[in-house]
Structure formats: structure tokens, C-alpha cells
Design a protein. Structure first.
Length: 83
């Protein structure tokens, strides 16, 4: 799939390698309660259902420079607390 992910009790983090010239205006992310869609420069990187419910308002993304590796798009999905 070309991306890495990790999670803890509060959030899930997805990391996608992106081209060196990638700017925020090239990124479109649709956070929904049970789904996620990530598009960079017109290419869909992920489009699917989440394993649980997301706290949409608290979910974020950034483009990070990774030393000697280029850039990564980091998507953080905050998990919705049950109950």
C-alpha cells in the first residue's frame, strides 16, 4: 500500500511518502465518522472504512520533511471515545 501506520488508545497515525514538491493545496482529505479518503495531486492514496469511529473535528494532517528521505503526509485520526 505504500504507507505506514501506528495507533495507541487515543489516535491512529498514517504516514504516506509524497513527492518533494508536495504542497498543502495538493492535498484533499475527507475525514468522516467511519471512513477516510486521502487524495494527493489527484491520486487517491486511501479510500475506505475505518476500524472504529473517528472524532472528525480533532483529526488533522501535516506535511513533514523527513531528513534524507523527502516528505511525508502524516494523517492523524482521533478515536471517538465509546460511552
Amino acid at each position: 500500500d505504500g504507507y505506514k501506520w501506528s495507533q495507541n488508545d487515543e489516535e491512529v497515525e498514517l504516514r504516506f511518502p509524497v513527492a518533494a514538491g508536495t504542497k498543502a493545496k495538493y492535498v484533499k482529505i475527507n475525514f468522516a465518522r467511519t471512513t477516510l479518503k486521502v487524495i494527493v495531486a489527484g491520486q487517491t492514496l486511501v479510500n475506505g472504512e475505518l476500524g472504529g469511529n473517528a472524532e472528525v473535528e480533532d483529526s488533522t494532517w501535516t506535511i513533514e520533511d523527513i531528513k534524507h528521505k523527502g516528505k511525508e503526509l502524516c494523517v492523524t485520526i482521533c478515536k471517538k471515545e465509546e460511552g
